[in-house]
Design a binder for this molecule. Sequence first.
Ligand code: SF4
Length: 414
Amino acid sequence: MAAQTLLQKLEILADAAKYDASCASSGTAKKNSLGGKGIGSTEGMGICHAYAPDGRCISLLKILLTNHCVFDCHYCVNRKSSNVARARFTPQEVVDLTLGFYRRNYIEGLFLSSGIVKSSDHTMEQIVEVARILREEHDFRGYIHLKTIPEADPEIVHRAGLYADRVSINVELPTDSGLTRLAPDKDARQIEGAMGKVKADLIEAKDARKRFRHAPRFAPAGQSTQMIVGADAATDADIVGKASRLYDNFRLRRVYYSAFSPIPDASAVLPLKRPPLIREHRLYQSDWLMRFYGYKPADVMQATEADGNLPLDIDPKLAWALKFREAFPVDVNRASKEQLLRVPGLGVKAVGKILASRRHRALRLDDVARLTQSITKVRPFICAVDWRPVTLTDRADLRSLLAPKAEQLELFAA
Ligand code: SF4
């Protein structure tokens, strides 16, 4: 077989990486190459952010080192029984591509994952080698996110964290039974064990830096994980419960949700259809409520419907408010921050502005309207100097009044 060119490999290995959602580059330590030292920056200014036609953010070079894999996870296009074109980069090739794209201002960093070749340790060594060459030989100061392999020697994973801004280990599926059925080579306990070790390394490195200014950094943007949604029978309540346990146990920066997408040459044990994309969106909204709005996992679970899933037509915050109408209306001039954060249509910023302005004067409905995109959504849940919703909060048809209007589908849309 003729040797593949770098471009052919890139086509295969960038495409194979598109199923991974967890590439956001937020929250790392600032580094730049001002003064002509090193190359790259994590500060974002002057960086070209671009979106591929399928909506992917490509401001990071997002690739696999190889899509060869000795594992056989049913949901994965790269599993060993899949009939796809295969390719493999050397660490030096990934380094050259990263530097080449960076110099052209196409990317702000690298997101590197891999199928497992030879062994987990061998693959992890190769992943770490890419980051080592970039950091040590080229003084690369851009963002590096390494996907780590839970089965690899913790010592090698530790080295990954010394070079990367962020490391992640995918839990893959929301339930252990789903993992056993769909990823027979993986082990939930091993995955969580690896996440626990990364958490310990993060804490240790943070403590060391408090004591010694030059102690090495370890993954300053923390660790994250990804869960596939819709490949097994797990409900949104199961997924929210799992995500919250992961946040609590492993101090994760982010849990990413990736709607299962039917892959070419799919295994017969998988559903034929992908779940609606809006399901992924509702899970991100619920994640947001837990991280920034003070909702407990139990609150989000209360917002689910009888089948354990969040409604698709309205957001989880509105779903909760409609179920717990006795908690409303709240008086914008007196309510606590926590109560205001429960009002559908009021974001964290709007609540901050309400709290600040009401110190100076009593707020009217118009004042609140200026802080929100849809006062119609807010009105049934608040009182202001000149406004009381009277019976509006309790109307049986309130959900249909507030749900976004369904969009007319185009008859001839592709
Ligand atoms: S180990 Fe990773 S690359 Fe290999 S089949 Fe499983 S999900 Fe795919």
